[in-house]
Design a protein around this ligand. Structure first.
Ligand code: OAD
Length: 245
């Protein structure tokens, strides 16, 4: 971690008028939840063509639920790590106005962030594809998969966005509103490869927002947006922004 850059980033956050964060799977890796891409990523173990699309879910819900069940078992025990806590602290300090997350693990809310925009939906709710009833995940047994609606026996699906599905309208509007308002974006733990989420930093940069990127490795954004790139684990870098805050 480059101390000089971290201090520069902290000063930029301190002097910002409306800072927001865009987070991805990398922020939750140290909470034990695997990211999607990379050698340890979920899409390395499960082919996205067979597991990530709404068409794959509908064609073979039992198979896709096999992966989802494994993920729910991991998420059930996951706790926020110092990176999530640091973003919650920055919000309490008045330095961060919103977190836009692509994650569906609920860890930002658990850490105490109040304004969280869940761009790819939420994993703790299941929706019936026949009658639209919604159930908290803990009310539904995953003993037999796929789980079915207790009311109408329709197929239950996590209230998350699969490829081929639209982004929830409210989240989409709020996220782009924030990207239009902000003067600084902390882009944390995302490969920035999935659109429209990856569009948000470009939208912010188009009106001269500062883009600070925290990641183990460079991404498309690093050079195209000339981000202030802080290389290293989010769980080490974000707490430093609080300390310097
Ligand atoms: P990815 O798995 O594509 O990227 C995770 C990023 O986090 C990578 O750039 C890693 O280098 C970085 N990373 C890993 N560990 C880190 C750490 N400890 N600290 C900082 N950075 C770390 O995950 P996302 O960008 O979130 O969408 O993926 C975006 C979307 O693709 C997901 O929301 C999901 C997926 O398909 C849907 O399923 C619709």
């Amino acid at each position: 971690m480059c101390e000089e850059r971290v201090r520069k980033a902290a000063a930029l956050v301190r002097s910002s008028r409306h800072a927001i964060a865009l987070t991805g799977a990398g922020i939750s890796v140290e909470s034990g939840i695997p990211a999607f891409r990379g050698t340890q990523g979920l899409w390395n173990k499960y082919d996205p063509a067979e597991y990530a699309y709404i068409s794959s879910f509908l064609a073979n819900p039992r198979k896709v639920w096999g992966m989802l069940k494994e993920l729910y078992q991991i998420m059930e025990n996951a706790l926020p790590n110092p990176a999530h806590h640091a973003l919650a602290e920055l919000e309490k300090m008045g330095r961060l106005k919103a977190v836009i997350t692509q994650n569906v693990d609920g860890l930002h809310e658990k850490a105490g962030n109040e304004r969280v925009i869940e761009f790819h939906g939420r994993g703790d709710i299941l929706v019936c594809l026949s009658c639209s009833a919604q159930y908290p995940i803990e009310k539904i047994s995953l003993g037999t998969i796929p789980p079915l609606c207790p009311r109408c026996q329709g197929l239950l699906k996590p209230d998350v966005v699969f490829f081929g599905e639209p982004i929830p309208r409210f989240a989409l509007e709020e996220a782009f509103k924030e990207a239009g308002l902000c003067d600084l974006v902390l882009v944390v733990g995302t490969s920035a490869q999935v659109y429209p989420a990856a569009e948000l930093p470009y939208q912010a940069a188009s009106h001269r927002s500062t883009i600070i990127e925290i990641n183990l490795e460079e991404t498309e954004l690093t050079h195209s947006l000339k981000t202030l790139f802080l290389q290293g684990p989010a769980s080490q870098i974000l707490p430093r922004l609080v300390e310097e805050g």
